[in-house]
Design a protein around this ligand. Structure first.
Ligand SMILES: NC(=O)c1ccc[n+]([C@@H]2O[C@H](COP(=O)([O-])OP(=O)(O)OC[C@H]3O[C@@H](n4cnc5c(N)ncnc54)[C@H](O)[C@@H]3O)[C@@H](O)[C@H]2O)c1
Length: 249
């Protein structure tokens, strides 16, 4: 098992892509710490996993609150015995609406959850990784952050920010042998996508060369690829998992 005895924190692990990642990592032998703002769902995932003999714990995390991010980072490091082996920044939030109709409060929420939350959490978990000279971080961005997306203008800005953050952090952390990589899902069958109008989901499906949206497990496989030992020499990279929707150099 690729992840035997590794301890990995997964934000957004209560739902969708994060949840699929939690189960895949745990089945590969990892101990997983979920951080999520949705407490009931987070505890339910941990309980479901325990029922399957998997090691999954839940800690409350609100990425919009700096103090909560600091507390989660300290709690996750402590639960891992001082240092996490990996961090997956999978939590995200979106509101599809034309830019000119956006209330500026939405911009702040989009940036806080999708960009600053991950930035703050990386800052919190990195010190013991740097001291040990090892660790792996995987950030979930979006194809919207690579090529833009109608009605997701500030979300795309935050996701593009995560890509640039990944690359620059990878450069700074290379001397400490810490890998930082990024996965960009295309439309994926999760509650986030299911909340969008059917008309929009159909149009997205038609635009995808594979003519279907992704299943969350398919995104989790790419996260697993970056966390596991097969990519020890890969850092600062961006991988789209989107059925060919985008093909960026
Ligand atoms: N589903 C898609 O089509 C799609 C496409 C591209 C990128 N993504 C990205 O993939 C990631 C996972 O999305 P998903 O589709 O699984 O969504 P989801 O809504 O199913 O899950 C997102 C999780 O993030 C958590 N979260 C939201 N706000 C939070 C906060 N303030 N603090 C802590 N946790 C918070 C939610 O509670 C939820 O459990 C996100 O970063 C999203 O932007 C999704």
């Amino acid at each position: 098992m690729d992840m035997a005895d590794r301890v990995v924190a997964v934000t957004g692990g209560a739902s969708g892509i994060g949840k699929a990642t939690v189960f895949l990592l745990a089945r590969e032998g990892a101990r997983v710490i979920i951080g999520d703002v949705t407490e009931d769902a987070g505890h339910a995932v941990a309980k479901d996993a325990a029922g399957q003999g998997l090691r999954v714990e839940f800690l409350k995390l609100d990425l919009t609150q700096a103090a909560s991010v600091e507390e989660f980072a300290a709690g996750a490091n402590a639960a891992a015995g001082g240092r996490l082996d990996g961090l997956v920044n999978a939590a995200g939030w979106d509101r599809i609406q034309p830019f000119m109709e956006n209330d500026p409060a939405i911009w702040e929420r989009l940036i806080n959850i999708n960009l600053l939350g991950a930035v703050r959490l990386c800052r919190g978990v990195l010190p013991p990784m740097i001291a040990a000279g090892k660790g792996k971080i995987v950030n979930i961005s979006s194809d919207a952050g690579r090529v833009g997306s109608m009605g997701e203008t500030v979300y795309s800005a935050a996701k593009g920010g995560i890509i640039a953050f990944t690359k620059s952090l990878a450069r700074e952390m290379a001397r400490s042998r810490i890998n930082v990589n990024c996965v960009c899902p295309g439309p994926t069958d999760t509650p986030l996508l299911q909340a969008q109008p059917e008309r929009m989901r159909e149009a997205l499906t038609r635009a995808i060369p594979f003519r279907r949206v992704a299943q969350p497990q398919e995104i989790a496989e790419a996260v697993m690829f970056f966390l596991g030992p097969r990519t020890d020499y890969v850092t600062g990279q961006v991988l789209s998992v989107s059925g060919g929707l985008t093909m960026v150099d």
